[in-house]
Design a protein around this ligand. Sequence first.
Ligand SMILES: [Cu+2]
Length: 466
Amino acid sequence: MKRRQFMSAAGGAALFAAPVVHGAGSSAAQALPRWDRTYSGQGASAQRPGEPDRDYRPVITPNGATLPFRVVDGVKIFHLVCEEVEHEFTPGLKAYCWGFNGRVHGPTLEAVEGDHVRIYVTNRLPASTSIHWHGVLLPAGMDGVGGLTQRSIQPGETFVYEWVFRQHGTLMYHSHHDEMTQMALGLMGMMVVHPREPDDDDRVDHDFVLLLSEWSIRPGTRRPDPNEMVDFNVLTINARAWPGTDPLVVQTGDRVRLRVGNLSAMDHHPFHVHGHWFRVTETDGGRIPRAGQWPETTVLVPTGTTRTIEFVADNPGDWAMHCHMTHHVMNQMGHDAPNMIGVDPAVLDGRIQPLVPGYMTMGHDGMGDHGRHVEHGMPVPDNSVPMVGGEGPFGYVTMGGMMSILKVRDRVDGDGDPGWYDHPEGTVAVLATDAQLRRDGIDVAQPPVRDDDGHDHHGHEHHHDH
Ligand SMILES: [Cu+2]
């Protein structure tokens, strides 16, 4: 092993072995185990700048963008501009947020292991800021923690950050100055570093980037509330809430990678994909060795982490993919509504309508119809969206928020939304016919396993051993 590689390896492992390094000096560094999987040997020596389509297949950020770069003397130059942006979360809901380069969230920063990068950050916000590169192994002074590793970037100033990527993986960037305010307003983005020499087994056909975040936007207001701690009412993927999220369109048999990051203020998101099993292949701490990649249908993405999942899209259809926290697949309005489940609306309407003309009790059957009521003219505050929902191929889809759709098709033509799935005959759940019920011995009045008296409703005695 060359000396330079030794030094680089020691740098990569120092996080885990700091006491050894401090106690025994440089000779101990040579004994450090090289088990940091993100590190593959180039160390801090720059390589030829990686080029899209030659060195990597570019990622796709649905509803987002990738930050362009130029190369100057072998260095990749990026420029991020922090600024206020009027952002649309879903049709009908806009707010003044803080983002980068006219976008919320910022564009995805994409590079290759061994790339020498130089990132200019211009602050066009009314407040000072500082940008942290989450998960990047870099010199401490480039870490972007306001006051700790640099002075904050004042309004109007441009700072420059610079390092060589000695890792690959799925990383993030975000404000690290007055985080509570600045991240609540959206100042964050994703960062993908491709391996310099990818393993053929790890190649995919589609490489998607999804950043989960949460917002508090009171109906009728136009500014996310950074002081919220509990009641986040706009839950987003790439800063869009369903039905505002673009579908992910892939072809049957394609290998798909989803790089899911979470920079929510206060919540972790169990991210669920329907119709498929996937393997968890990466965290923001690096690639998981193949033997350790476990199968899942839901992956918990704690805040401040990334989780990368991979699967073969072998099941055609329209598949929901969403956070499994039920309040995170809702939109604004009604998290603080009174519990009306089971209330007889006729009685209540009759008593209240003389006092409030046009009053209509909501929520006695749950919230499934709320969105449709709004779309059909029920008044709501200006700049607000129904609590749930959007129109689907079979009626109203009673979800919102942190939800998107994976569209798997046998043939994909072009880049656009292919529309709703055309199900093969006989593969859609339908109303049961009387003939089916009779054939299979189903008596809807007498369901099985419904006893609390030791008898089922077919009159047979249960045999309990006591
Ligand atoms: Cu969630």
